[in-house]
Design a protein around this ligand. Structure first.
Ligand code: ATP
Ligand code: MG
Length: 421
């Protein structure tokens, strides 16, 4: 196919029907976030490259392999956001939003960009719904954010979704664990993939997240973080468990969850489903208390999650969640002749002014062609205006489905029509 008429690899078009479903779901999820006190935040699509390098992490896959980075005409290195958290923290610090009673709670619906191998649920431009809770220290915040995520899956009646939680420790206990991991993997270094050989030096926890089969086999017998947690991290994890049990939210502890981005610490979690290809993470998040220090000079305890909308929509499809079809056209006005045409154009505008979605033919077709169009767009009502109607000052509105008809006088057509449309 010609380049000019083909979308870029890893991007998809959402045609109107899909776009309307997408927006419908997005609005419902945003409403759920509202009930937890989250408000929408809208940020730029690109940021300074350094922001992501510092926050997502120099050794992460996202930064080393997946970023869309370019120089603008002033030779600034910019990057299309691969995720939303770094931008939110940047904005929070830039606008001094920490100078108030915290936490601040934000949600966002954004496009993200990652240079990955496209497959089901994996694109180069994709959509995330995410939330960030900035300035919350207590583990009750972890419980609340997980319950928000859980409410989304509950609301849409998603079955076969599993919540997995873990703690990846803090600056007190993680170094010991890292040491144990390095000792273990060094013994098996020949079986590690090339990426993991590098990770062993730079960020051994990443090996736990490797999708390479040989590495996965080694990970099974690797030391578990849960055996290395300090008292505080242990207590936090068990408090979280208590809160979740209290809210009757099912979960399992999965010590292999480390999350792909560098900025996490403490509690991390994923919602995983087997319904969209291989076991796949639909939503992932956790605590990132040190992110603010990596990009600014304030220490802000914070946490959040992001959900891949494409994967979520696949789940909805698997679960046969019914998304109502948008009503497209309340009224179609057909015309016969020049004077009726001018009248119809004006009338259509008046109806639209009253919030009634109204369409007329834009190709000067004969009546038969206009009717075909009315059926194609599934107009609910039809009004035909000819010379006779103009003369008599009235016309008939017909409900296309029920065939019910009602005569309306032009002088007060708007108020009369309002009753039936
Ligand atoms: P994965 O392990 O599947 O690559 P990740 O750990 O890189 O995921 P996160 O950075 O945590 O993903 O992003 C949060 C969510 O965004 C993921 O759980 C997933 O639903 C979605 N997501 C991530 N990358 C993509 C992508 N390339 N295409 C579509 N959705 C994605
Ligand atoms: Mg990834």
């Amino acid at each position: 196919m010609k380049l000019l008429t083909k979308a870029v690899k890893g991007t998809v078009d959402l045609l109107p029907e899909e776009a309307s479903k997408f927006r419908f779901v997005e609005a419902l999820i945003s409403d759920i976030a509202n009930t937890f006190g989250y408000r929408e935040i809208m940020l730029p699509v690109f940021e300074h490259t350094e922001l992501f390098a510092r926050s997502v992490g120099e050794t992460s896959d996202v930064v080393t392999k997946e970023m869309y980075t370019f120089n603008d005409k002033s030779d600034r290195s910019l990057t299309l956001r691969p995720e939303g958290t770094a931008g939110v923290m940047r904005a929070f610090l830039e606008h001094g939003l920490f100078n108030q009673i915290l936490p601040e709670k934000y949600f966002y619906n954004i496009t993200c960009y990652r240079y990955e191998r496209p497959q089901t649920g994996r694109l180069r431009e994709f959509h995330q719904f995410g939330v960030e809770c900035l300035g919350a220290e207590d583990v009750s915040a972890d419980a609340e954010i997980i319950s928000l995520a859980n409410s989304i899956f509950d609301y849409f009646d998603i079955e076969d979704i599993e919540l997995r939680i873990n703690s990846i420790g803090c600056s007190d206990c993680r170094p010991n664990y890292k040491k144990a991991l390095v000792e273990y993997f060094e013994k098996h270094i020949d079986s590690l993939c090339d990426d993991c050989k590098t990770r062993l030096d730079k960020n051994p926890l990443r090996i736990l997240d490797c999708k390479n089969h040989e590495c996965e086999k080694l990970v099974k017998d690797a030391p578990k973080i849960t055996d290395y947690l300090c008292e505080k991290c242990k207590t936090d994890l068990s408090s979280l468990e208590r809160y979740l049990q209290n809210m009757e939210i099912d979960y399992i502890i999965d010590s292999s969850i480390v999350r792909g981005l560098d900025y996490y610490n403490g509690v991390v979690f994923e919602f995983v489903s087997g319904e969209i290809g291989a076991k796949s993470t639909v939503l992932g998040g956790g605590r990132y208390d040190s992110l603010s220090c990596a990009i600014g000079d304030k220490q802000i305890p914070a946490l959040g999650f992001a959900m891949g909308m494409e994967r979520f929509l696949l789940l909805l499809k698997e679960n046969k969640f019914e998304i109502p079809k948008e009503d497209e056209c309340d009224l179609f006005i057909a015309y016969i002749g020049e004077e009726p045409k001018a009248f119809a154009i004006k009338l259509a505008n008046d109806f639209r002014g009253q919030g009634i979605s109204t369409q007329i033919d834009l190709n000067a077709r004969a009546l038969k062609g206009q009717m075909k169009l009315a059926y194609k767009i599934e107009a609910k009502n039809l009004l035909v205006i000819g010379e006779d109607e103009i003369k008599q000052g009235k016309a008939t509105i017909k409900n296309i489905q029920t065939k019910e008809e009602r005569e309306v006088a032009f002088h007060n057509i708007l108020s009369e029509a309002m009753d039936i449309l």
